[in-house]
Design a protein around this ligand. Structure first.
Ligand code: FES
Ligand code: FES
Length: 188
């Protein structure tokens, strides 16, 4: 607006918000249009989360929000306020690998690795969805426990693309973790 012959502006394009990521709280001033993906990568330096398509098509940007998998390129950072966000860095790291990270290494389930953080975050949530009995298009029925076989894993992970085509080993790694969790559950 014009004031005393000078142009002044009211900042209505950014806000200070708090993002809870990997157990820590981060206060940031962000343009309202900033996606959660860009907030994580460009403002918090959490570059494990990858930008592939930036259009919700590849799954490279998958993170967990309140334990559910989301495409962080499709969410505005302001929409993530108050939620617990977990990125690949929060799942595990060199000091202590998450079982899925260890299984991906064991099974050689990556080539360039670009899709891997998204694959692992997605799989972590997917295993919980299957354990809770959520059906998929590959499930025999809508009720009852889910038997997580290769067809189920492929269907449930279909939102995560791998341009290197490492799918066979990705599915094997996820099934390893699923079987290990099931045998631990039986032993209880
Ligand atoms: S970068 Fe988000 S789905 Fe591709
Ligand atoms: S390992 Fe290269 S895109 Fe999946």
């Amino acid at each position: 607006m014009w004031h005393d012959g000078r142009v002044t502006t009211t900042d209505q394009t950014s806000s200070v918000l708090t993002l809870r990521v990997n157990g820590g709280a981060h206060r940031l001033r962000l343009d309202h249009r900033t996606t959660l993906l860009d907030a994580l990568r460009e403002h918090l330096g959490l570059t494990g989360t990858k930008k592939g398509c930036d259009h919700g098509q590849c799954g490279a940007c998958t993170v967990l929000m309140g334990g559910r998998r989301v495409n962080s390129c499709l969410l505005l950072a302001v929409m993530a306020q108050g939620a617990e966000i977990t990125t690949i860095e929060g799942l595990g790291g060199p000091e202590e690998l998450h079982p899925l990270q260890a299984a991906f290494v064991e099974r050689d389930a990556l080539q360039c690795g670009y899709c891997t953080p998204g694959q692992i975050c997605s799989a972590a949530a997917m295993l919980g969805e299957a354990a809770a009995g959520w059906p998929s298009a590959a499930s025999a029925g809508l009720d009852g426990p889910v038997t997580l076989d290769a067809a189920e894993v492929r269907e449930r992970m279909s939102g995560n693309l791998c341009r290197c085509g490492a799918y066979v080993n990705i599915v094997a790694a996820i099934l390893d973790v699923s079987r290990e969790a099931a045998s631990q559950e039986e032993a209880r």
